[in-house]
Ligand binder design. Structure first.
Ligand code: ADP
Ligand code: MG
Length: 338
């Protein structure tokens, strides 16, 4: 057996990258989350060949100070938490400090960032190695270009699916991020075609209309409810507006998009027997709670979370929707009884 030795940093970053950067959509998610955490209210995303050739994301957020840019690309460097206690009250989307290092490790990455209009920092990396760092005029904010994703990890590249599949993953995650952030104006274009544009009006119903359609927007019911631990706001579709997939349910816990089977079931339960078998509602629900009740540090992508009072929350969701459906029925029933 050879002696045990530490892996070279670039190699260990590349291995770690596999956990965070599974496909082009993961890069888009991480970079847009960074832009959101930076306080941007305008985020533009464009991809070429579903992000395999190029991903470009620019924001008008706070930017990164010149002397911190290199640091941001090291693994486990973050400005968002500093102590163990912070981990239990995470308010930002990021906190693991892995995304930039991971993305840079498996691509050719360029970032231009400035904390105010004027001179910004331009850094270029390839396979995690810094090629150059210079100064360049810039507006305030950050733009990141990721080229040739997985160029140095052929095994990962093999797992990437067709351009259409990868593009639909990107569109899906951007829809959720836009729904979670109605006050941010998003544009997303793929090979020069605009696929998504939200106005950043701050109104969720308007964002729903912009993402789905005016027709969908007209058939959504507002939900608002709370108990001592949880506050629920958002919109769910009338029972007659359904889809054949569960994909149109978006749950946000303290602003973070999460996948949670039990809570999804709780939404459907709220409709009682009003949904046909195999049909699912559209729902966009914001669930606010003390960060203490959520463990987001379960999985590197943070889409799976552990909730300490999941049953209570599920019941509240079901009840809120059921109450709304009951109230809603008064009118159509009254008319059809005439
Ligand atoms: P994390 O988001 O978990 O902190 P990242 O690797 O994604 O880790 O980013 C590292 C750090 O770089 C962030 O903590 C933040 O300070 C800075 N950063 C990254 N992207 C941006 C951005 N778009 N605008 C401002 N700062 C950024
Ligand atoms: Mg991040």
């Amino acid at each position: 057996m050879p002696d045990i030795h530490e892996l070279p940093e670039q190699l260990s970053n590349q291995i770690a990258a596999g956990e965070v950067v599974e496909r082009p959509a993961s890069v888009v998610k991480e970079l847009v989350e960074n832009a959101i955490d930076a306080g941007a209210d305008q985020i533009d995303i464009s991809v070429t060949d579903a992000g395999l050739s190029r991903i470009f994301i620019s924001d008008n957020g706070g930017g990164i100070k010149k002397d911190q840019v290199e640091l941001a690309f090291l693994p486990h460097t973050t400005s968002k938490i500093s102590s163990r206690d912070d981990l239990f009250r995470v308010h930002s989307l990021g906190f693991r400090g892995e995304a930039l290092a991971s993305i840079a490790a498996v691509s050719r990455t360029t970032m231009l960032t400035a904390t105010q209009p004027g001179l910004g920092t331009l850094i270029k990396l390839e396979g995690g190695k810094i090629l150059s760092e210079t100064t360049q005029t810039s507006r305030q904010g950050t733009s990141v270009e990721v080229r040739d994703l997985f160029f140095n990890t052929p095994a990962r590249l093999k797992y990437v699916k067709s351009v259409n599949t990868e593009l639909s993953h990107i569109a899906d995650i951007l829809n959720r991020l836009a729904l979670a952030n109605p006050a941010i104006a998003f544009t997303f274009s793929s090979n020069q075609n605009i696929l998504l544009k939200t106005s950043g009006s701050g109104q969720l119903l308007r964002t729903i209309t912009e993402i789905y359609s005016v027709g969908v927007g007209r058939q959504m019911l507002a939900i608002e409810n709370h108990d001592l631990d949880f506050k629920i706001t958002g919109f769910v579709s009338l029972p007659k507006l359904t889809r054949a997939s569960r994909n149109y349910v978006s749950l946000f816990i303290n602003g973070r998009y999460v996948k949670n089977y039990a809570l999804n079931k709780a939404i459907i339960a709220g409709y009682g027997s009003k949904l046909m078998v195999g049909r699912y509602p559209l729902a966009i629900l914001n669930l606010q709670m003390d960060p203490f009740l959520v463990d987001v540090n379960v999985h590197p992508t943070k889409q799976e979370v552990r909730l300490s009072k999941e049953d209570e929350l599920g019941t509240l969701i079901t009840q809120s929707i059921a109450d709304k459906m009951r109230a809603q029925n008064l009118i159509p029933d009254a008319i059809s009884n005439l």
